[in-house]
Design a protein around this ligand. Structure first.
Ligand code: FRU
Length: 494
């Protein structure tokens, strides 16, 4: 059997049971042979992964779900796939959890979230339905997950589409705030503006619309997807994905940005965020979208992102799979600035350490030669200088480059010269502002994924790459200065 080359709508929405065993065997074998599979990140077993859903802590474990279309590397009939973890770095595959099986979710169990209630996990999601004319209806649905991982869907919708809004009405985030439950919902009004709606409930079943969340007086594009409100360091942080937002309002190059604002507080009485910051990019790289975050019982604000973007093909498609989730990050607010760090548990992956130190000149030094792409690199460049770090460098010295200028406070990453090109129409380079002065970098590489934390997480830049070599070099050059750091090999996920 061959993999599907032409994905018609009929094929994308074919019930899972109707796919033959031999097709699934071919698909599984092809995915296993892919050279771009990751070793310590969550990835689909086969087919496509997109948004993280239902990130929560329940029954003594971390729970996470993701949007899954297991039959191929395309957006088709979506379900929630369930993974669990004791430590936020080793994730066990459980099973498909929420699958489309009734008249309120027949064409996809779309994104949503979860909250632990007593001894069960309450899940909210969007049921996506198409009629014979392919007209969409969206329903906000609920389900209970018990301690045996059994799911019981609530039969009737919790929230119906509101007048004044189109069928782009989805991605409920549920949270508890001052003893009431809230849902934030991504929406498009009938004038085609992106909005966030707020609902309140005291019993999880009856939801009252409070109206549009007031957090900006600017236009937020034609649709807002995946809103998330979290609370940290005496601030409220709203993460969301405005589609089609004007470039005058936000400088971005990705097809759709994942953005945030920081507010002093959530004023639930008036359904508004108070004293909100400007709109900013959550990630300065190429591929982060649909980030989901929640306030954990141990007092942290944790996030996880889809590393992938809507409407773009990636080279792993040819191997029958697409996209991954980011590592888990901890979000905080320091001096009115958002900071994202690898979750502390990431240290559990460290194996062998090579200390690095030396002086810099325009002739590049090899930080490491012939490395497998599964490592953490920590670097400090002490002086203000201009230079270049190259990851995935081949024999000619070409690879993924990170140009830094700590005199002027800029950084540019470029993936043009590594492996198979893709998404070229959105540019192969991203530039952003960093602090002037010494530079601190923490970089995680996992086969086909690079996650870069600059100056303790004040900026984060994420990039997929599709290298053709299994081992490559790490090079560093600069006008002047000295560097020190560590290179850690990392173990695979257990
Ligand atoms: C964002 C998104 C969500 C939707 C889901 C469907 O990537 O479009 O708005 O719920 O993906 O898979």
């Amino acid at each position: 059997m061959d993999l599907i080359k032409k994905w018609t709508t009929d094929l994308r929405y074919l019930p899972y049971q109707q796919w033959s065993d031999s097709y699934l065997e071919t698909l599984t074998t092809t995915v296993h042979q892919s050279k771009w599979r990751l070793n310590y990140h969550i990835q689909p077993i086969t087919g496509l992964l997109n948004d993280p859903n239902g990130f929560s802590y329940f029954n003594g474990k971390w729970h996470l779900f993701y949007q899954a279309y297991p039959m191929g590397p395309v957006h088709g009939l979506k379900s929630w796939y369930h993974v669990t973890s004791d430590n936020l770095v080793d994730w066990q595959n459980e099973d498909l959890a929420l699958v489309p099986d009734n008249s309120y979710d027949s064409h996809g169990v779309y994104s949503g979230s979860g909250i632990a209630i007593d001894d069960q996990l309450f899940l909210v999601y969007t049921g996506n339905v198409r009629d014979n004319q392919w007209q969409r209806s969206s329903y906000q649905m609920g389900a209970w997950l018990n301690q045996e991982n059994q799911i019981k869907k609530i039969e009737q919708p919790l929230i119906l589409q509101e007048p004044g809004y189109t069928d782009h009405f989805r991605d409920p985030q549920i949270f508890l705030y001052e003893e009431s439950y809230y849902i934030l919902l991504g929406a498009q009004d009938t004038d085609l503006n992106g909005k966030i709606l707020t609902y309140r409930s005291d019993d999880l079943m009856n939801w009252q619309l409070l109206g549009e969340l007031n957090f900006t007086d600017k236009e937020m594009g034609f649709m807002i997807e995946c809103p998330n409100l979290i609370f940290t360091d005496d601030h409220a942080v709203l993460l969301f994905c405005p589609q089609g937002i004007d470039h005058e309002q936000l400088n971005y190059q990705n097809i759709y940005p994942n953005t945030y604002v920081i507010a002093d507080a959530f004023d639930s009485e008036n359904n508004q965020l108070t004293n909100t910051s400007d709109l900013k990019n959550l990630d300065e790289g190429f591929d982060v979208y649909a980030t989901q975050a929640f306030n954990t019982p141990d007092g942290r604000a944790l996030s996880v992102s889809w590393v992938g973007l809507p409407e773009i093909s990636y080279p792993s498609d040819q191997d029958g799979w697409a996209h991954v989730l980011s590592m888990i990050k901890e979000i905080s607010v320091e001096n009115q600035q958002l900071v994202q760090k690898p979750v502390a548990e990431m240290k559990e992956l460290r194996l062998e350490n090579t200390p690095l130190a030396g002086s810099l000149s325009s002739k590049a030094v090899f930080l490491k030669k012939n490395v497998l792409s599964q490592y953490e690199l920590n670097l400090v460049i002490n002086e203000q200088t201009q230079g270049e770090l190259t990851l995935f460098a081949d024999e000619t010295g070409h690879g993924f480059t990170l140009l830094f200028d700590t005199q002027n406070g800029t950084m540019t990453i470029n993936r043009e010269k590594v492996g198979i090109p893709f998404a070229e129409e959105y540019g192969q380079e991203r530039s952003f502002t960093i602090d002037k002065g010494p530079l601190e970098l923490q970089i995680f590489v996992d086969t086909s994924l690079i996650e870069i934390f600059v100056n303790g997480g004040k900026q984060v830049a994420t990039a997929r790459v599709f290298p053709t070599q299994t081992t490559t070099d790490l090079l560093l050059s600069a006008k002047q200065g000295t560097f020190s750091g560590n290179f850690w090999t990392l173990r695979s996920m257990k």
